[in-house]
Design a protein around this ligand. Structure first.
Ligand code: HEM
Ligand code: HEM
Length: 329
């Protein structure tokens, strides 16, 4: 905790100019995206396992609070992606280090150039949606759902702290988690490679879910389901996901494969990034061990959950259940 407070005060005081702020923003944007992804993988799995909960989750996504969050999320992903690309390229090309300032300028230009038209198109979807008289999820509903997620995080960290305490007592060990040097070096390389691979996948996903169609079109009845020749007949988010996951090209469920790669790459990348952050601030062995264990558990649990949903798919009877929840009949 002291280390974290020290970092915040020193970051504000230190005059490292643009490079320092680029690093802070990269970290904040990465962590923000990861927080969203954790919630997103849990609630996307509901499309397969609890259709009524998925319908409710999308209802909450289509509220003003989440609309603001959605703009922030897209900003985070785009900046983090371009800045990550800059880091990856320059790490492998030391000869270009003399052009650091110019590279940073390209990151800013790229981010702004992508965000202006993206935000304009997203705004169009938002305006169209709010123009009609809708039943919008209230803040109390959203606070209820979010507090359940928060409680889940607190329980996981509390259990990890207790286990780490017991481990410390039994082994009398006084060390945090340190990975073997070779594994650490492979993870360093993986962060760069996975970043480059995630970029087209996540940009493609966001283009489908925000720009071409929007979060709001996920529940439009009679609207085409992006990436498939189908129409969303019930107008439920559950049917939207089901139609995409069931769509076959040459016998291959292309969106399940696409989501599977995105799931594995983004979760390992994001949780390993979180591990870097935790190891920077949590020096006490008991806390360091607990947080590292919680990160490993969170990453594995979410990959298993997301993969289980992709394999299970969405049963067509779930469309009816979701119709009742979405339209109240
Ligand atoms: C608010 C923004 C977003 C919306 C509305 C959205 C929407 C969706 C939808 C409808 C699905 C269901 C499957 C499909 O139709 O392909 C899905 C799955 C998925 N999305 Fe997103 N997405 C958003 C942002 C993101 C971001 C930023 C990431 C990555 C960082 C991401 C990663 C994934 C993954 C990994 C899956 C598969 C989950 C699973 O296997 O259960 N999404 N998304
Ligand atoms: C879109 C393409 C992406 C690229 C090109 C990219 C690139 C990078 C790079 C190069 C790093 C630095 C690694 C290091 O210091 O060794 C990094 C860190 C990180 N990334 Fe990404 N990334 C991308 C997407 C994501 C996504 C989708 C998430 C969240 C799920 C994420 C979360 C993080 C976190 C939390 C860190 C650690 C930040 C820190 O140590 O300050 N990244 N990323």
């Amino acid at each position: 905790m002291t280390t974290l407070v020290y970092t915040v005060t020193e970051t504000l005081r230190y005059r490292g100019k643009v490079g320092q702020w680029a690093w802070v923003l990269h970290r904040v944007a990465g962590l923000g995206t990861l927080l969203f992804l954790v919630l997103h993988v849990i609630d996307t799995s509901w499309a397969a396992f609890y259709p009524e909960l998925y319908a409710q989750a999308i209802r909450e996504y289509q509220s003003p609070l989440f609309t603001i969050g959605e703009f922030a999320l897209v900003g985070c992903v785009v900046y983090h992606a371009f800045n990550g690309l800059r880091i990856a390229v320059l790490d492998y090309k030391p000869a270009w280090w003399a052009y650091q300032a110019r590279a940073m300028l390209y990151v800013v230009i790229g981010t702004v150039a992508v965000l202006i038209p993206t935000y304009a198109l997203m705004l169009r979807h938002v305006v169209n949606f709010y123009r009609e008289d809708r039943d919008i999820a209230g803040l109390d509903e959203i606070a209820g759902t979010m507090s359940e997620f928060a409680l889940g995080f607190v329980v996981i960290i509390a259990v990890a702290l207790v286990l780490s305490g017991l481990y410390g007592l039994v082994t009398r060990g006084d060390r945090g988690v340190r990975l073997p040097g070779r594994l650490e070096a492979s993870l360093w390389g993986f962060m760069r490679l996975s970043g480059v691979l995630i970029l087209p996948l996540v940009f493609g996903h966001l283009a489908m879910m925000h720009v071409i169609q929007g979060v709001f079109d996920i529940t439009g009845d009679g609207i085409g389901v992006i990436g498939t020749p189908h129409v969303n007949e019930t107008g439920t988010a559950v049917e939207f996901v089901g139609r995409r996951w069931d769509y076959l090209v040459a016998g291959v469920a292309i969106w399940r494969v696409y989501d599977g790669f995105l799931l594995a790459l983004a979760l390992v990348h994001g949780f390993n990034g979180l591990r870097y952050v935790v190891n920077d601030y949590a020096a006490r062995p008991l806390v360091n061990r607990a947080l590292n264990w919680a990160i490993l558990f969170g990453m594995v649990a979410l990959i298993v959950l997301g993969a289980a949903a992709l394999l299970a798919g969405v049963d067509e009877t779930a469309y009816e259940i979701a119709t009742d929840i979405t339209f109240g009949h």
